[in-house]
Design a protein around this ligand. Structure first.
Ligand code: HGA
Length: 621
């Protein structure tokens, strides 16, 4: 994660850098910092408070200049503390340990050979002030500097193993920022006034400043100076850097700024936006066809005979739900893998596989790496379900379905999840159609249910007051179990993840049939057991599992479809959902679980939109 912004300009750039950081705070908020080239020296302000306070600190310290870089951090190496906050400055070799050197640098990523580089640079007399892997890059560039920053950065990059986006400036070259990427996102923003130029982790950071964006490619190095920029990359044949041309795109990036309106937190707002997000995601759908996923999708769908879904976190649970749909409706063998596992294990590739990646941001490092790994194994057919049309994932994949959840600010994903499920259901129907498992009547029936979904979700949102009453009790707990069966088992896992993420209550989900194989040992009167109880073919089996909990004195909190006969009694608390919604039922059942996590977090007083240790867009592995 981590967010980077950098600029060369004639005007004081600090307010723009800080505003950019505010929009990148979704990428991490352990610390933030800004550094500028001012009066011939490197100056910086760093803080472990939120970005909102950084501008004040910069103002107090009189930090203002036209060349600068800024960073918001999600710590990987070294605690979230001021001395580990970026920008990092080099210290010249043999200098007084507190002396500032000539290089200022921000970094997103992980340098895997930092230990080796640190030892080498220490031996050369460099002094380290942080525990970060990043600081080695600052010293390395300093060591290689002999009057030309671009040259020093170009020499340093091949020595780095791992992933990075970096932005660097030098005390001896006041109007220059050099930036590079390999494995972490970075865009160039071509300024529209006074020859100013920018770099940022995400075009959103530059919204309102410039809409002229170059998506830098892996291995690109960009040299920014007033009125000009120059992109180069290493030519492996010659071992030299050579200029490359990249297309400048007009990108109407959203600033991400969104009014909270009547809501207390963005997460609550986003839960309540789900009817609209789902309606928007379905807006262009008039019928089911492979072309919804891009030109050439019919040919691809005809060629493949299995599906491999790769994803992380919440997206992994939407993929896990889709497995049930794909096998039962489209009759296509489907496996779902955690991207960070798949990328490193030996697996058996099959070229007739459709590789489906799922990511809200489209920048999830593990999922992108897993996608590339799958392709390198000889599986060329790739499709992504993604919320950001301009993301690396969409650019990498042959086919795509762009969900229209809108910007999601809360770290705990809600509307991105339900719209992913919509996209995956459409994929199921399109594959079913291609494979001859979808009659016109079935297509019409599914489309009717999809179109009614926003209204059905709205009806579930009306249950909020009942969920609030439960959340008061949950707020006093430190553990919770979630149970479900079949299609709703991944929904129970998502519910448990939501509770963990924002309330810090330890929560685990089990397929209800697994209870007797171990977790039943945890059940006491103190253990709330949340149960997802749709009126489907597994209901009677689920009821037996609920009895097993009741028999041990466990407290059941059941979300039961309106047409089940499950009634509240001692130890059995029931919130009645609308009537059973068939195959799309998971999209309804996840909503009260989101509300339960949200209101429990409020009752516990946690930072709902920015839970501890987490960040929104997971761009490191
Ligand atoms: N490794 C660096 C940068 C962290 C990062 O990119 N996180 O996503 C650090 O720990 O500061």
């Amino acid at each position: 994660m981590c967010g980077i912004v950098g600029a060369v300009s004639q005007r004081n750039i600090v307010p723009i850098l800080v505003e950019g950081l505010k929009r990148l705070e979704y990428r991490g908020y352990d610390s933030c910092g800004v550094a500028v080239h001012q009066d011939g020296a490197l100056r910086r302000a760093r803080s472990t408070s939120r970005v909102a306070e950084l501008q004040q600190q910069a103002d107090q310290d009189g930090i203002a200049a036209g060349t600068g870089i800024a960073h918001t951090r999600w710590a990987t190496h070294g605690a979230p503390a001021v001395h580990n906050a970026h920008p990092h400055f080099s210290t010249g070799p043999g200098a007084d340990t507190q002396a500032v050197g000539r290089i200022a640098l921000v970094h997103n990523g992980i340098i895997e050979n930092h230990d080796e580089l640190r030892a080498e640079l220490k031996a050369r007399g460099y002094v380290f002030h942080s525990q970060t892997d990043t600081e080695v890059i600052a010293h390395l560039v300093d060591h290689l500097y002999s009057g030309d920053l671009l040259d020093a950065v170009q020499q340093a990059l091949p020595r780095l193993k791992g992933a990075y986006a970096v932005a660097v400036f030098c005390r001896d070259e006041p109007h220059r920022v050099v930036a590079a990427r390999e494995g972490s996102p970075l865009v160039l923003g071509v300024g529209q006034t006074d020859g100013e130029n920018f770099v940022a982790s995400d075009a959103m950071a530059l919204a309102g400043v410039t809409d002229q964006i170059v998506y830098l490619e892996e291995g690109d190095v960009v040299d920014l100076q007033p009125g000009r920029y120059w992109i180069s990359r290493l030519d492996t044949a010659t071992g030299r850097y050579a200029a490359v041309t990249r297309e400048v795109k007009t990108v109407h990036a959203h600033s991400g700024a969104a009014e909270l309106g009547p809501y207390r937190h963005y997460m609550q707002k986003e839960i309540f936006e789900q009817p609209t997000a789902i309606a928007n995601t379905l807006e262009a759908i008039t019928g089911i066809s492979p072309e919804l996923f891009g030109d050439g999708a019919y040919r691809v769908f005809k060629e493949i005979d299995k599906v491999l879904i790769l994803a992380c976190g919440t997206s992994y649970y939407s993929g896990s739900t889709a497995k049930y749909w794909l096998e039962s409706i489209a009759k296509i063998p489907t496996s779902v893998e955690i991207a960070s596992e798949y990328r490193y294990r030996d697996s058996v590739p099959d070229p007739k596989t459709l590789v489906v990646t799922i990511s809200q941001s489209g920048e999830t490092a593990d999922t992108i790496a897993a996608l590339k790994h799958a392709r390198s194994l000889g599986m060329p057919h790739t499709l992504t379900i993604c919320n950001v049309a301009t993301s690396a994932m969409v650019r990498e994949c042959e086919l795509a379905y762009i969900t229209r959840a809108g910007v999601e600010i809360g770290v705990a994903s809600t509307k991105a999840f339900t719209t992913q499920l919509v996209g995956l259901f459409l994929l199921t129907l399109a594959l079913a159609q291609t494979r001859g498992h979808l009659t016109e009547a079935q297509e019409a029936e599914h489309l009717k249910d999809l179109r009614h979904l926003p209204v059905a979700v709205q009806a579930v949102l009306a249950l909020e007051p009942q969920v609030i009453a439960w959340s008061e009790e949950f707020a006093r707990k430190e553990n919770a179990l979630f149970l479900a069966r079949g299609l709703h088992y991944p929904i129970a896992m998502e519910g448990a993840l939501k509770l963990k993420e924002i309330t810090y209550i330890h929560a685990e989900a089990y397929a209800a049939g697994e209870l007797k194989h171990g977790p039943l040992a945890l059940v006491t009167a103190e253990m709330p057991v949340v149960t997802v109880a749709p009126n489907d073919t597994l209901l009677e089996k689920l009821k037996s599992n609920m009895q097993e909990v009741r028999a041990r004195g466990g407290q059941l909190y059941v979300f039961a479809d309106g047409d089940t006969a499950i009634e509240s009694e001692a130890g059995l608390h029931v919130i009645r959902m609308p009537e059973h919604y068939g195959a799309l039922s998971p999209i309804l059942h996840v909503v009260p679980l989101q509300l339960l996590a949200y209101h429990t977090a409020c009752a516990r007083g946690t930072d709902v939109d920015k839970p501890r240790n987490l960040a929104k867009s997971v761009t490191v592995e």
